[in-house]
Design a protein around this ligand. Structure first.
Ligand SMILES: [Fe+2]
Ligand SMILES: [Fe+2]
Length: 292
């Protein structure tokens, strides 16, 4: 299992307002995007020389950007512009490949259309964080994040199922069960995000639900870490192009968990006063109904 780097928190919260740390996000996502380019390259058919070369240029470009990001303490000016341009370019590259597959204008190799769409959405999210990191209240941010990441987690499981050899029945079974859990969690997160648009002062059910999300995501993270170890030891059958893919999806689960572990206590703290108010209302109702 690869060790976890100690990083600055992102998002960071103060006085019930949370905001992403742009530099920290950039360091995380630029590695992710560099690896996406590698996965695309490995998945392209051997005769797609130009596309493979284009993928390689993104690997090199993000490698350079990562080096620069590790040298600075603030993300601004030229570096920020270069990063935004690189992210926009890789989004367009992923979209172009996806369009070719949808229109049957290219052989898919082993890049599933949903995988291309998945990594395009991840890059879009990063671009949003880079362009306008909007400060939000912790509950809104929590639910917005859950809707984004639960879809990502569910799709990771779907990719793993389709990359495992059919003979890996036990692992496939385990992954199928996990897929059902994450489908339900995603649906619930979407419901709660919609309900939270009415701007309740507290939403304890969503906080209880988040604890459930943390527990299930921790289990999924451990499953991915175990699959990565098995792949490194050549103890798993399938068509995963590189074990790095399994470490990649494990890191994304850890990122989701890190964000939840910051936002959940903050959302709890910020809704505590409201909870006391609602307990008083409840006590008054009981007293009105059953005086003495
Ligand atoms: Fe990814
Ligand atoms: Fe992903």
């Amino acid at each position: 299992m690869s060790g976890r780097k100690i990083t600055i928190n992102s998002p960071q919260c103060r006085n019930c307002v949370c905001e992403y740390n742009r530099l920290e996000e950039a360091r995380f996502w630029s590695r992710i995007l560099q690896e996406h380019a590698l996965f695309i390259k490995l998945g392209l058919p051997a005769d797609q020389i130009e596309l493979r070369e284009e993928a390689q240029t993104f690997i090199d470009r993000f490698m350079e950007l990562r080096r620069a990001l590790n040298r600075v303490s603030r993300l601004e000016g030229r570096l920020l512009d270069d990063l935004i341009n690189a992210v926009k370019a890789i989004i367009e590259f992923k979209a172009k490949l996806l369009r070719k597959l949808i229109q049957c204008r290219a052989e898919p190799g082993s890049n599933y259309p949903l995988l291309l769409d998945h990594i395009r959405r991840e890059a879009e999210r990063f671009l949003e964080l880079l362009q306008m990191p909007v400060p939000q209240d912790p509950l809104t941010m929590l639910l917005e994040q859950e809707v984004f990441w639960l879809r990502i987690m569910k799709e990771h499981i779907e990719f793993i199922i389709h990359l495992l050899d059919p003979s890996e029945r036990e692992l496939i079974n385990q992954a199928e069960e996990s897929r059902r859990v994450f489908s339900r969690l995603l649906e619930t997160a979407r419901d709660f995000e919609s309900m939270a648009k009415t701007r309740p002062r507290s939403f304890n059910t969503a906080l209880r639900f988040t604890q459930d999300v943390i527990n299930n995501t921790t289990a999924l993270r451990d499953f991915k870490a175990a699959a990565f170890e098995l792949a490194k030891l050549c103890e798993i059958l399938g068509i995963v192009s590189t074990p790095l893919l399994l470490d990649h999806v494990r890191r994304e689960a850890d990122k989701f968990l890190d964000e939840l572990n910051i936002l959940l206590p903050e959302a709890r703290r910020c809704s505590l006063n409201n909870q006391l108010d609602s307990e008083i209302v409840y006590k008054n109702q009981i007293q009105d109904l059953f005086p003495n």
